[in-house]
Unconditional design. Structure first.
Length: 569
């Protein structure tokens, strides 16, 4: 380093791309010039310049590098002018600018401000242009933006292997009245799913650092064994926790009323039947969330990470009572040069993991159940005496499998997790003399709990592990109170012209009941496969073909899943 007696090479050595006794790299030299120059422009030396001087020694095939520094005088920002905002009011932009009039010029603050304005989604272009003034130590700053449409009205159709045919529509305005408010209404109507959502957002309440959002929703989803109806609302208060807004904190309160509906011929595991007998259950939940997102772009990133930690408590009224902790994270990177993979320079390698743990404060006695007070025998019991260790209500349990928030590709949706024997009431109408109502026994057994199945295979009420069940076809996945998931994914461009991306993946994980450990590798379900993502004119199309590495007897040897017109990427 030459030209600044206050700076030595040791002050910046760790930040430089070039290193002693390593190969000289011209692009690394250019990056180092930018790094050293940024160090000065970030400290107010607006006109700082760094010139690299190289001295090549042919005999030893080495290069000496000297950075000549001309830092110039300190500059202050005299005035900030916002230009080009024909619709958005000035204060919406100014509150995102991380430098104020009278402060030292800072290149880092300008870079943060540019990113914050771009992240609003209101502008096609954002540029910061310093302008000299008649004062030798001051500059003016022009913030030039080009507005873009922020409203949308859309209708569409989609199809997926999980939800069949779907019609959808939405109307949204992300910059309502030019004041930064967001308002959206959306609806999905499909063969197995009906959803209605409405959301209002104020990202800066009274121009403070806090954001506020209010959501209402009404959903109906048909699962294999039952239909779930969910009506509720969420109120969320948020705040950026760093200057770049990469890290945010959220405080969320939500209340929902859930109801399970089945037909008269329904049979299922005892936790499912308990939920059905309870009718509608309310969940009043308070959550604290901290998230960080440093990805260089949201859809196909090749650097950065995402982290989210959520702590929740349910029990401020309502039926459901629990404490929950969830953690999710993902790391994105370019493919290392030593990996012999196709299209390596344009590809992405990602590693992700998630875990959730729930401590349930409900008990089986909380459910409104009727029936005898005790079990006549081990295979004939009332619902409140079956699976008493399953305390967390069905609607708040974790179901793994398929594509989605708890994805485990290679398995059918919601089909991975702990199981219990399906049971049926022995005398539902009270028509059998001498047999009390409210008693349940596993399928294939008579009114006294004796196995009468043609093949002689009947499950028992005490079966818990997969190896315990004689007939997996007569079991139901009941979800877990905790889960563990992990995934490795390689994405590579197949055709950038049409927006086609190839995917190789390896997924693993499982859901676990209240007393089981998550960290036994023998209990993890694993799958691998291939997929593709196409950004088509009618919405994103994703296709996955997954192969479970150790499928159970009632599981498919491979699962093909696709989603057209969906929002998940």
């Amino acid at each position: 380093m030459r030209g600044d007696p206050n700076l030595s090479i040791e002050d910046v050595r760790d930040a430089l791309a070039l290193s002693e006794d390593e190969w000289f790299n011209r692009s690394g030299l250019t990056e180092d010039v930018d790094r050293v120059e940024f160090r000065y422009t970030n400290q107010g030396f607006y006109q700082a310049e760094v010139n690299p001087v190289t001295d090549i020694h042919e005999s030893t095939r080495t290069v000496d590098v000297v950075f000549e520094i001309a830092k110039g005088p300190l500059y202050f920002v005299r005035q900030i002018d916002v230009l080009g905002n024909t619709r958005t009011v000035d204060r919406v932009l100014r509150r995102e600018i991380n430098i104020v009039e009278g402060e030292l010029y800072s290149a880092r603050s300008l870079a943060i401000s540019k990113r914050r304005l771009e992240n609003l989604g209101y502008f096609d272009e954002v540029n910061f242009e310093p302008r000299p003034t008649d004062q030798s130590d001051q500059v003016d700053l022009d913030v030039k933006v080009a507005e873009k449409p922020t409203g949308s009205l859309s209708f569409g159709a989609g199809f997926s292997s999980q939800d069949s045919f779907i019609l959808s529509g939405s109307i949204a305005q992300n910059n309502l009245l030019g004041r930064g408010y967001g308002l959206s209404l959306s609806a999905d109507w499909g063969g197995r799913r009906k959803r209605l959502f409405g959301t209002f957002t104020d990202p800066r309440v009274l121009d403070s650092e806090f954001g506020l959002s209010l959501s209402v929703f009404n959903t109906e989803v048909d699962f294999d064994d039952f239909e779930e109806k969910n009506l509720g609302t969420d109120v969320t208060l948020s705040r950026a926790l760093d200057a770049s807004t990469n890290t945010r904190g959220f405080l969320r309160y939500g209340f929902s009323s859930r109801e399970i509906e089945v037909d008269s011929s329904f049979t299922g595991a005892s936790p499912v039947l308990r939920q059905f007998e309870q009718d509608a259950t309310g969940t009043s939940r308070l959550s604290l969330i901290v998230s960080q997102d440093t990805r260089n772009e949201p859809v196909l990133p090749n650097q950065g990470h995402t982290i989210q930690v959520t702590g929740s408590y349910a029990g401020l009224g309502g039926f459901t009572k629990y404490a929950r902790l969830e953690m999710r994270g993902a790391r994105y990177m370019k493919v290392p040069s030593w990996l012999p993979l196709p299209r390596r320079d344009r590809s992405t390698l990602s590693f992700s993991a998630g875990a959730g743990f729930t401590k349930a404060f409900n008990s089986v006695s909380d459910f409104d159940l009727s029936g005898p007070a005790r079990c006549p025998n081990n295979e004939l019991c009332p619902l409140d005496q079956i699976d008493r260790d399953i305390k967390l209500p069905l609607t708040d349990r974790y179901f793994m499998g398929g594509i989605g928030a708890l994805q485990l590709r290679g398995f059918k949706a919601r089909n991975v997790g702990p199981r219990r024997a399906e049971v049926a009431e022995t005398n539902p109408g009270g028509f059998i003399p001498g047999v009390p109502q409210g008693l349940y026994t596993p399928l294939g057994r008579d009114t006294f709990g004796n196995c009468v199945a043609d093949d002689g295979k009947c499950n028992s009420l005490g079966d818990k592990d997969i190896d315990d069940f004689d007939d997996l076809d007569d079991t139901s996945v009941i979800g877990g109170s905790k889960f563990l998931s992990f995934s490795t994914e390689y994405r590579f461009p197949v055709s950038e012209e049409i927006g086609l991306v190839g995917i190789l993946f390896f997924d693993g994980g499982n859901a676990f009941i209240e007393d089981d450990t998550m960290f036994d590798p023998d209990e993890w379900r694993l799958a691998t496969g291939v997929g593709a993502l196409w950004f088509s004119p009618f919405g994103p199309l994703e296709v996955f073909w997954g192969i479970p590495l150790d499928p159970l007897d009632d599981e498919q040897s491979s699962v093909f899943e696709f989603n057209v017109g969906g929002s998940r990427l």
